[in-house]
Design a protein around this ligand. Structure first.
Ligand SMILES: [Zn+2]
Ligand SMILES: [Zn+2]
Length: 364
C-alpha cells in the first residue's frame, strides 16, 4: 500500500488485550520528526512473542500495535535525520529496509557499555501503547514511524520480504549468540532446541565453519528439519551426553547453545560443554525456572556461561548478510508460512497458532 494514496490516513490492527478482537482502525499518517523515518510496511511476520501476547501468556501495554519483524520502504525522513544505514550506506526514499526491533539512546550507562538492548530509554517496536500521533509503532499496520536510535539495514534485492522480516528477531538473535561465542571454525557445536532459533543456529554454525553440529530436542519430529539445516546428528535429551562423547573423544562440545526455553535444557547445556568451553543460554525469557549448579563443576571445568537477550544493531547486519549470502543454501523457505492481508489478521494469528515453527506473514 502507499500511504500517500490513502487521504493522509493509514490502517492499523489495534490489539487491546487478550480476548479482545483486533480492531482495524485508521490514523493520520504522521510526519516524521527530527531523527525519524516514515516507512510503508510491505511485510511483517508473526513472531512467537506476538502469539504469546495474543493468547494472554504475556502482558503488553495496550492498546498497541503488535509486530516487530518488519520490512518496508522509506517514505520520508524527518528533519536532521541521518540518511545512512548501519553499514554506512546512503538511504533514500523508496529504499527497502528492515530495522532493529528496538531503538536505544546511545548515551546511557548500558548503551555506553555495549548493551544497547538494555538501554535505559529502550523503545521496542510492537511493544508500546499507542499515543495520539504516535500510533504507528508496530508491524501490523500499513506504515511505521521509526524513532531516533533505530538501526536501519538496507535490504539486498535477492532477499525476499518474507525471508528478510524474521532477520530482525530470530536471525539477529542467533547472530548475537555467535558473536558472544567467538570464532567457531573447526569447533564442535551442540544446539539445544530445534525451533526457528535452533535451526537458524545450525545453518549459521555450518556457515561459520563448525566441524560438527549436534542438535537435541524433546520432539523427535524435528530431526529431519535439523538435518536439513546441516546438523550431523540429532538426538533426544536422554542421549545427548553419550552421543556427544562419541563425537568428541569424550570431551563434550566446544560451544553449546540453548534455545529451547526449558530449565532442563540449561542443565543439559552445561553438562554438554567441554572443559574450558562456552555455553550461551538464550531460550528462556519468562521467570520461574531454576537450575542446580555444582560450583565444583563450574570451577574445575572452567566453564564460561553467557546469557543473551535480544541483540545489538551490528547483529542485524550480520543476520542480513548471512541470509543474503547463505540463506538460499539452507531450507529457510520451509520456515515460512502463508501470508494474509491486514484485514485478515485474526485468521493469520489462528494460522500461526496452528502451525508452530512457521512464520506467517501479513502483507498490508
Ligand atoms: Zn520476534
Ligand atoms: Zn541508552
Amino acid at each position: 500500500m502507499n500511504t500517500e494514496r490513502s487521504g493522509g490516513r493509514a490502517l492499523a490492527a489495534v490489539f487491546s488485550g487478550h480476548g479482545h478482537p483486533f480492531q482495524l482502525e485508521t490514523f493520520p499518517v504522521p510526519a516524521p520528526g527530527p531523527g525519524e523515518v516514515l516507512v510503508d510496511i510491505t511485510c511483517s511476520t508473526i513472531c512467537g512473542s506476538d502469539l504469546h501476547t495474543w493468547h494472554g501468556r504475556r502482558q503488553e501495554p495496550v492498546p498497541c500495535i503488535l509486530g516487530h519483524e518488519i520490512v518496508g520502504r522509506i517514505v520520508a525522513f524527518g528533519p536532521n535525520t541521518l540518511r545512512f544505514d548501519l553499514r554506512g550506506e546512503p538511504l533514500r526514499e523508496g529504499d527497502r529496509i528492515t530495522w532493529t526491533l528496538a531503538a536505544s539512546c546511545g548515551e546511557c550507562f548500558f548503551c555506553r557499555r555495549a548493551l544497547p538492548q538494555k538501554c535505559e530509554q529502550l523503545f521496542k517496536y510492537g511493544h508500546s501503547a499507542i499515543a495520539a500521533g504516535r500510533e504507528f509503532s508496530g508491524g501490523f499496520a500499513e506504515c511505521c514511524l521509526l524513532t531516533r536510535g533505530t538501526g536501519i539495514v538496507k535490504l539486498p534485492d535477492e532477499l525476499s520480504d518474507s525471508l528478510a522480516a524474521p532477520a530482525n528477531c530470530a536471525v539477529a538473535t542467533v547472530a548475537a549468540a555467535f558473536r558472544l561465542a567467538g570464532p567457531i571454525e573447526g569447533a564442535s557445536v551442540s544446539i539445544l532446541g530445534c525451533g526457528v532459533l535452533g535451526l537458524t543456529a545450525v545453518a549459521m554454525a555450518r556457515e561459520l565453519g563448525a566441524a560438527e553440529v549436534i542438535t537435541c530436542d524433546l520432539d523427535p519430529t524435528r530431526a529431519d528439519a535439523s538435518r536439513s539445516f546441516g546438523s550431523d546428528l540429532f538426538c533426544e535429551p536422554a542421549d545427548l551426553l553419550s552421543d556427544l562423547r562419541d563425537l568428541t573423544n569424550g570431551r563434550g562440545a566446544d560451544l553449546t547453545m540453548e534455545f529451547s526455553g526449558s530449565s532442563a535444557a540449561v542443565s543439559a547445556a552445561l553438562a554438554a560443554t567441554r572443559t574450558g568451553g562456552i555455553a550461551v543460554i538464550a531460550g528462556t525469557t519468562t521467570p520461574g525456572g531454576s537450575v542446580a549448579i555444582d560450583p565444583n563443576e563450574l570451577v574445575r571445568r572452567m566453564l564460561t556461561i553467557r546469557g543473551l537477550h535480544n541483540y545489538a544493531p551490528q547483529d542485524l547486519v550480520s543476520a542480513v548478510d548471512f541470509l543474503a549470502k547463505a540463506g538460499s543454501r539452507f531450507p529457510f523457505h520451509s520456515l515460512g508460512g502463508s501470508s494474509f492481508p491486514l484485514a485478515e489478521i485474526t485468521q493469520a494469528f489462528e494460522t500461526a497458532t496452528s502451525s508452530p515453527g512457521r512464520r506467517v506473514a501479513i502483507t498490508p
